[in-house]
Design a protein around this ligand. Structure first.
Ligand code: ADP
Ligand code: MG
Ligand code: MG
Length: 885
């Protein structure tokens, strides 16, 4: 069995399989940095196994583990030449969480542990720096009491603010020893009154409690929400790192910072970061002080007054730059690095793969291929397909009138408009009502994760490019403008002021996360295009991919967008969408409500030219590619008149009394329309409807053929088939219309007739159905619905409970469930056995879901079809599926 606790220096680090699963990303990377010879403070990692033991042992550390921790601590003492709890030269440590994959800000960390009323004096005399020692102690009390003892952070923040106010200073660093003494006393009083306990003076008690608290933070609410959004299993647990402290708060030759080896926003190959002089790590990420830039260049491009690190600490800057090169070369990826400078000595505290925007991810991958750091294959595999949707986010239409009211940092690109809200709960509430919001906060904290997810964009008045808000927003693909000091937020009055303007809750604003602009009102946006590095990456992906990507679209605009995004045909054109148009709906209603076949035919005749025109437009756009047209599918009552005026209009057109119309509407009522008179059942009852649609298709086709659009192959698709007879009858109908139209125009055309497989019975009888079908298109929405017997429109009420109770890992309407997968696989096999040439594909929401695409590729379908904006996502996912085969 592997050791439960490992020193960073331990050779065993190299021997563990999947070390990150066991020791967490942070611990493994700290050990790796040490191995690379970089300056890392000594420390050890307590494995995720211990987290497991902790939870099984009633949330307590076992005596055996306590003993081992003490033993490992001895090694740190030896290496650092300090002693834990010592009254001459005390060792202080940080206790840091570290899960398998980084969850920035979600888990707890405690710094300066080992201080008490006595060791603080020892630290002061050892360093001859009383102010520093006391600053560290008040920080420690603050963090420990919050994380371990559950005292709310604001209790302490308020006290600090009061001291600053009384003294008339702005920054924490302006508080002196005496102020800090007062704060320490006040902090301890707060702890006593809130917890009825004294702040612990025993350093071992501090250590063990802190370790326990980090384990407990794995089950904190915010960590759970983060896991849910990012689909991280809850049984992974976290590791804990205990590490000797290094101090960035000892004076002006000290600093702390965060730096990316490349720009995380646009991917530019230049280091990008922020630092603070005389501060500890938390100060940079928490956004309490707005940090300064690392490089001269970034400083120049901003309004910053303070010097960059490159200017104020040139030697350390050069050393840091060298180290970043080493790290990038070792990890072959962009790194996000934390460092601290103590009395002009640089220490590395963390490295990990940097979170980045999709745009930056694409540029970095392409650049790394150019510089031969990675292969094309790796580049294609590295990009998260789902993230591409964010590059395809619309950008602001610069031609429209833009009323810029303020500026901040361009923290996460994309434009978003919405109503101003000041709390995460309000963002969530409005999101549930389908309303777009912009979450406006002074700074965000991990508690805001649900609101950031619900909002369309995030705006903060404090914090830099590496603040919590910025990091999380980029990870989620939400546009974000951060650190806009121009805006003044008042939570109580629910307003923010910018110059002399007042913006209230509910007012609509737009933020542009690519430039940092804050704009009043809603602004129209432009469709993005695929070009540059993005185009290059997509071309590489297409080279690897076997699965074809089609699109679901029924309007010329969507079809054009999809083709521009690389769609290789239409996999689903829903003809009923063409019925809802204002001009046509009356004729549709006439058709549905007419009592005789004759009347119905009259109404259908009026509809024919409209459908034909639509098909012509779409065929032209898709010239050279297949177009699957599905005949009318939904239950007819969806088209019925809803109000008196609409009823009157139909009555007039049909020359029938209103009463009669109303009684017809009553007759059409269904108890369970999803399982009612719909799909090919309509074609069986009212063949004239399908005949009209086929006539429109073939006449459109012939008209196109007569002009320059010669190579269109329509695939006529029959919905909701469950038996051989249905498809046989329907196919005959299609063929006979096709023959008639061909004869009339004396032209031969090619076309296919196939069916949707969207009912379990159809999947079971696929062999028989395939006798009459040139293709199967798996309608996975309905197939999921009918396999589970869960109505998609009603599942919202209980799906969450199912996910929470771990009955479903993931919503089966988002990712294909394995039972539905089995039906698809079985039907495909039987279909192919009957008809070797049968074409197989899926349409439905799953067609744009990378996991489902992987499945379709695995079982050898010919294509997937998805909405236009997901076509690039699907292209990349299909390439990755092929590469992983
Ligand atoms: P997170 O995963 O949330 O970034 P970390 O464990 O990295 O949490 O720690 C939070 C902050 O404390 C970081 O800025 C980090 O650099 C700093 N920090 C952690 N350990 C030490 C240490 N041993 N000495 C100085 N600073 C530290
Ligand atoms: Mg960190
Ligand atoms: Mg369907």
């Amino acid at each position: 069995m592997a050791k439960l606790i490992l020193n960073f220096k331990s050779k065993a680090f190299g021997k563990i399989k999947n070390p990150k699963n066991y020791l967490g990303g942070k611990g493994v990377n700290l050990a790796t940095m040490r191995k690379l010879g970089l300056p890392v403070p000594p420390g050890f990692t307590i494995s995720t196994k211990v987290c497991d033991i902790f939870y099984k042992n009633k949330k307590k550390l076992t005596t055996k583990i306590l003993k081992e921790i003490k033993k490992e601590l001895k090694f740190i003492e030896k290496e650092s030449n300090k002693k834990f709890g010592d009254l001459k030269n005390p060792l202080l440590v940080s206790v840091r969480s570290g899960a398998r994959i980084s969850m920035p800000g979600m888990m707890d960390t405690i710094l300066n542990l080992g201080l008490n009323d006595k060791t603080v004096l020892a630290l002061a005399s050892k360093t001859s720096n009383m102010r520093f020692a006391k600053d560290s102690y008040r920080r420690f009390i603050q963090m420990y009491s919050n994380v371990v003892m559950g005292v709310e952070g604001y209790e302490f923040e308020e006290l600090i603010d009061n001291y600053k106010l009384t003294k008339g200073v702005l920054l924490d660093t302006d508080l002196d020893e005496n102020d800090l003494d007062g704060l320490i006393k006040d902090f301890k009083d707060v702890v006593r009154s809130k917890t009825k306990k004294e702040f612990p003076q025993n350093v071992f008690e501090q250590l063990f409690e802190a370790i326990g608290a980090v384990f407990l933070s794995w089950e904190s609410n915010r960590a759970k929400v983060y896991r849910k959004i990012n689909k991280i299993p809850s049984d992974w647990g976290t590791a804990v790192n205990v590490q000797s402290m290094v101090f960035g708060n000892m004076g002006n030759d000290c600093a702390t910072g965060v730096v990316f080896t490349r720009n995380p926003s646009d991917g530019f190959n230049e280091i990008y970061g922020e630092y603070l002089i005389n501060a500890q790590g938390e100060d940079v990420v928490a956004g309490t002080r707005t940090p300064q830039h690392i490089t001269k260049k970034n400083n120049k491009n901003s309004t910053a007054k303070e010097k960059s690190m490159e200017e104020s600490m040139p030697r350390i800057f050069r050393q840091l730059k060298k180290i970043l090169k080493i790290l990038e070369k070792h990890y072959r990826d962009m790194q996000d690095v934390e460092f601290t400078v103590e009395n002009n000595k640089l220490w590395m505290l963390q490295t990990r793969s940097g979170k980045r925007t999709a745009k930056s991810a694409v540029k970095i991958a392409v650049d790394m291929v150019k510089s031969k750091l990675i292969s094309r294959k790796e580049a294609v595999l590295r990009i998260d397909p789902a993230s591409l949707e964010t590059i395809l986010h619309p950008t602001l239409d610069e031609k429209s009138k833009i009323n810029v009211i303020g500026k901040g940092l361009p923290a996460s690109p994309g434009a978003a408009s919405g109503k101003v809200v000041f709390t995460s709960d309000e963002a969530e509430r409005l999101n549930n009502m389908m309303q777009d919001t912009i979450l406006v906060r002074i700074e965000t904290s991990p508690e805001d994760i649900h609101g950031m997810h619900a909002a369309k964009g995030i705006l903060t008045s404090r914090g830099g490019m590496t603040s919590h808000a910025a990091v999380i927003a980029r990870g989620m693909g939400r546009p974000c403008v951060s650190g806009s000091s121009e805006i003044d937020i008042n939570y109580d009055e629910k307003i923010f002021k910018v110059s002399d303007l007042e913006v209230k809750e509910g007012d609509v604003i737009t933020i542009d996360g690519s430039t940092g602009r804050i704009i009043l009102g809603e602004i129209s946006t432009l469709k993005p295009e695929i070009s540059g590095d993005f185009l290059k990456l997509m071309t590489w992906a297409d080279g690897f991919r076997k699965l074809k990507i089609r699109t679901n679209s029924e309007t010329p605009l969507d079809a054009k967008t999809a083709r521009d995004f690389g769609a290789e045909g239409i996999g689903l054109c829903r003809t009923e969408h063409m019925f809802f148009d204002e001009e046509r709906i009356l004729s549709v209603r006439e058709m549905i409500l007419s009592k005789t076949k004759e009347d119905r035919n009259k109404a259908l005749k009026k509809l024919l030219p409209y459908q034909k025109k639509d098909f012509i437009e779409i065929f032209k756009i898709m010239n050279g590619l297949p177009v699957t047209v599905r005949l009318l599918d939904p239950p007819l009552h969806e088209f019925l008149p809803k109000n008196e005026k609409e009823i009157n209009d139909v009555a007039k057109a049909l020359e029938l009394p209103i009463k009669e119309i109303k009684s017809r509407i009553g007759e059409l009522h269904e108890h369970n329309p999803m399982l009612g008179h719909r799909g090919c059942r309509l074609g069986i009852s009212f063949p004239e409807i399908y005949e009209m649609q086929c006539k429109a298709i073939f006449e459109a086709l012939i008209q196109c053929k007569k002009s320059k659009y010669k190579s269109i192959i329509p695939e006529v698709m029959i919905p909701l088939v469950s038996s051989e007879a249905e498809i046989r009858i329907m196919k005959k109908l299609v063929n006979s219309v096709a023959e008639k139209v061909q004869d009339e125009h004396n032209i031969k055309v090619d076309y296919l007739v196939g069916t949707m497989i969207e009912l379990p019975r159809a999947a079971i009888k696929a062999g028989e159905i395939a006798k009459h079908a040139d293709f199967f298109s798996f309608g996975t929405n309905d197939l999921t619905q009918t396999t589970f017997g869960i109505s998609r429109d009603d599942s919202g009420k209980f799906l969450n409970d199912y996910i929470e109770n771990k009955i479903f890992d993931i919503d089966p309407f988002i990712s294909i469930d394995d039972s539905v997968g089995q039906l698809i696989e079985m039907a495909s096999k039987q279909g192919k056995k009957q008809n070797k040439k049968i074409k197989l594909g899926i349409c439905g929401e799953h067609g744009g879901d990378p996991k489902s695409i992987n499945f379709c590729s695995k079982i050898g379908l010919n294509y997937v079809s998805c909405s236009p904006y997901r076509v690039p996502v699907a292209r990349l996912a299909a390439a990755q599926a092929q590469l992983k085969k």
